[in-house]
Write a protein that binds this ligand. Structure first.
Ligand code: NZQ
Ligand code: ZN
Length: 379
């Protein structure tokens, strides 16, 4: 084990925490509040933000869409530059927070912000960012990554920098009251797959990393079995904390990481618009089957520690699929609106993005991706 771990985001967790944002944003700063399609106006979050920002100079930018687009975000970049904004406050789910990460980097860059996404430029400076999370799923509220889509080319790519860590993240589970079943299930599946990407690889020697990941997986599995109580505050606050811990960087530090499911899933969303978590749910079980020789030791451990199952790693994959299906997330690619070019589109895009050898051992090739996608299209 040999790594640097650093996470500077202050977490404000619990009821009524939105008002604490004033402790982090200097009154002299000009603030841009960024949000999505308006859910924050239905659950009192917008009003709470407005009250907290009394006495501040602030503007707002709305309309950041799920799978935030470069095209929409560039309109906000212009506002930030023209209005000389000093601080960006993201209020929403992963899309709004990711979009805001793009804004804080692109606003201090003279070139085309897509340079960060195609990897030709690294972020060298960024405006300060704060986050009020309304949908637990991605962990974006306290990590360094952003995933941005370019509509004109059907691309969905990611970039990251320690400069993108939000200064603070407000996690008030009460804001989840307006989330529908689809988004709650998406959040649970996304957080589960994030943990798997950093755990279901090959054995490592750290007892803490495996134990921590197993606790997150067990927690999420428990929530799936307790689905009928998903509207209770204790269910929702558990999802909020579990999803945060799944991707705040710690469980992946110093251990092998996979991320092949995510790389394939992002391309599926770019072409066919599947919700992020649903793209993962169709890919992950088949990827585990195709890569079974590499995965079987950790699958066996997961079976024992998470699902309390006998020594049968193939059954663990079935348990994962069962779990997703039980909360209404299909693992069959044919249940989504795809076309007969899906294998060609996804493998071509992965190739164009340099993703021809992905996974923790770099052995998920384009041939294997084609096999995974063909298996995911169940009759
Ligand atoms: O736009 P609004 O009106 O806010 O509605 C949103 C949106 O329609 C709604 N919503 C959010 N909070 C709500 C609510 N509706 C009712 N009540 C609330 N409290 O939910 C819908 C989906 O929101 P979105 O932000 O798109 O969902 P999510 O948080 O799942 O984010 C997905 C995005 O994050 C990226 C994904 O690729 C995708 O673009 N990811 C980001 C990661 C990261 N930064 O580390 C990692 C992930 O693997 C992922 O790739
Ligand atoms: Zn994800």
């Amino acid at each position: 084990m040999n790594y640097t771990y650093f996470n500077p985001t202050s977490i404000e967790f619990g009821t009524d925490k939105i008002k604490s944002i004033v402790n982090y944003i200097d009154k002299k700063l000009k603030v841009l509040v960024v949000y999505g399609g308006g859910s924050i106006k239905k659950n009192g979050v917008y009003e709470q933000v407005k009250t907290a920002l009394e006495g501040y100079t602030w503007l707002e930018f709305s309309g950041v869409e799920p799978n935030p687009s470069y095209e929409t975000l560039n309109k906000a970049v212009k506002i930030i530059k023209d209005e000389k904004i000093d601080f960006v406050l993201a209020v929403g789910g992963g899309s709004v927070i990711d979009g805001s990460k793009y804004l804080v980097a692109a606003a201090l860059y003279d070139g085309d912000g897509w340079d960060f996404l195609d990897g030709s430029k690294q972020v060298e400076k960024a405006l300060p960012l704060g986050a009020i999370l309304t949908l637990p799923a991605t962990g974006s509220e306290s990590n360094t990554t952003a995933v941005i889509s370019k509509k004109s080319t059907n691309e969905k790519r990611y970039f990251g920098s320690p400069l993108l860590y939000p200064k603070f993240a407000v996690l008030d589970p009460n804001v989840m009251s307006t989330l529908d079943d689809r988004q709650l299930a998406n959040g649970l599946v996304d957080a589960f797959v994030h943990t798997c990407e950093q755990y279901l690889t090959y054995p490592n020697t750290s007892l803490l990393h495996d134990g921590y990941a197993q606790t997150i997986l067990k927690g999420l599995h428990t929530l799936s079995m307790d689905w009928e109580n998903r509207k209770t505050i204790s269910w929702q606050e558990n999802l909020m904390l579990l999803a945060n811990q799944a991707l705040n960087g710690f469980i992946g530090s110093g251990v092998p990481q996979d991320w092949a499911t995510h790389m394939i899933g992002h391309e599926i969303t770019a072409f066919y618009g599947l919700d992020h978590a649903r793209s993962l749910a169709v890919v992950q079980p088949q990827l585990l089957r195709v890569m079974i020789e590499d995965k079987k030791e950790k699958l066996t451990l997961m079976g024992k520690e998470v699902f309390d199952m006998p020594n049968n790693y193939e059954l663990v994959i079935e348990a994962i699929e069962y779990m997703y299906n039980s909360i209404g997330v299909s693992t069959n690619l044919n249940d989504y609106e795809i076309d007969d070019k899906v294998v060609e589109n996804i493998t071509t895009a992965l190739k164009a993005h340099g993703m021809t050898n992905i996974g923790e051992r770099g052995n998920v090739t384009l041939e294997k991706v084609a096999q995974i996608l063909n298996m995911a299209m169940k009759k």
